[in-house]
Design a protein around this ligand. Sequence first.
Ligand code: ATP
Ligand code: MG
Length: 389
Amino acid sequence: MTSILVHYSEIALKGKNRTWFVGRLVRNLHGALAGLHIKEVRTPIGRVEIVLGQDEALPEVLHRLRYVFGVANYAVASRVPRDFEGMAEAIVSRLPPKEAANSFRVLVRRADRKFPVPSPDLARELGSRVWSARGWKVDLEHADLVIRVEILPGDAFIYMGREQGIGGLPVGTGGRLVGLLSGGIDSPVAAWRMMKRGCNVTLVHFHSAPFLSNTSQEKARRLAEVLTRYQLRSKLYLVPFGELQRQITLSVQGDLRVIIYRRLMLRIAQRIASHVRARGLVTGDVIGQVASQTLDNMAVIDQAAQIPVFRPLVGMDKEEIIAEAQRLGTFDISIVPDQDTCTLFTPRHPETHARRHAVDEAERTLPVDTMIKTAVDSAVVEQLTYPRS
Ligand code: ATP
Ligand code: MG
């Protein structure tokens, strides 16, 4: 019977909350592996064991595990008897052929301190069996093959080779946020970063159809699909923004428009946040990247929101963000050409040091409450799930 032994790292440190964290991880694993033949998910101390019902499911299970936050590493493992002979036989019978390696080491971890043989002694004796069977030399530093043995109360596991997991905290342990998702490179990475810290992120995209094309909505949907792989369920709000922008152009001078657009976006997102019980907002802003992202402007933009606005990318370089977007799978979608909502009805030289009173003055002429209500009422909400049922 094949198992996958999953190790979590950081969540092991969470004291009394640990059971709750592990419970959430197990729930997320069940969700991510839905539809595959999983016999059971067990939680022997400090680990999660996924017992496969059918070996054919293995490649897909391993693939899906790459997207589960909270997983530090994972390995295909065998549960074996806890006696020395049983372990030695199980290891020898699973060894690759002689040509596959030149050196090896056996690493024993004893999570059950009551097990009578100390780890180094057990490693040495199991190692001598491997040596007899294959003749490889022992190398404690750079072994070609690392054979791991974990002794738990009632069970022992052996495995060779393991995969690095994605890390982070299980989604759902960090509360909910609303993520402002443009079609650009930054905002999906920003939302993903918060998911990685355990937050669920409800996604909101502002579009300017019919003034601009539908491309941005299509991109937002595809980005949301990629992000949903990591949080399993997403809501995507598609909010019509073009008419509001047109209204703004009638009374606000050109250089302040981007700031007013962005303040309005935050207010609308905040209203949505109250509907979905989210505690804060997330944007992909980076200091100095574009005119609206100076410190002065961010400060004035934030004053439109009463809940925290998180900007996980604020201190990152574009190259670093791009590398992350490529790793998580959103980059190719983000670079599809499209017209940016914020460039609609805006001049080429926007204000870079907005003053609070000038912005307040400009907004006084706008029916802000009505604009928020209209936007929220006319939003289209789409549900996404992974794996798709
Ligand atoms: P991005 O690559 O995320 O679009 P950007 O460098 O193009 O970022 P801006 O266009 O100034 O920067 O947007 C800054 C942030 O404001 C975005 O990261 C996003 O969180 C939010 N935002 C901007 N436009 C939209 C939009 N149309 N819908 C939703 N959020 C938006
Ligand atoms: Mg953008």
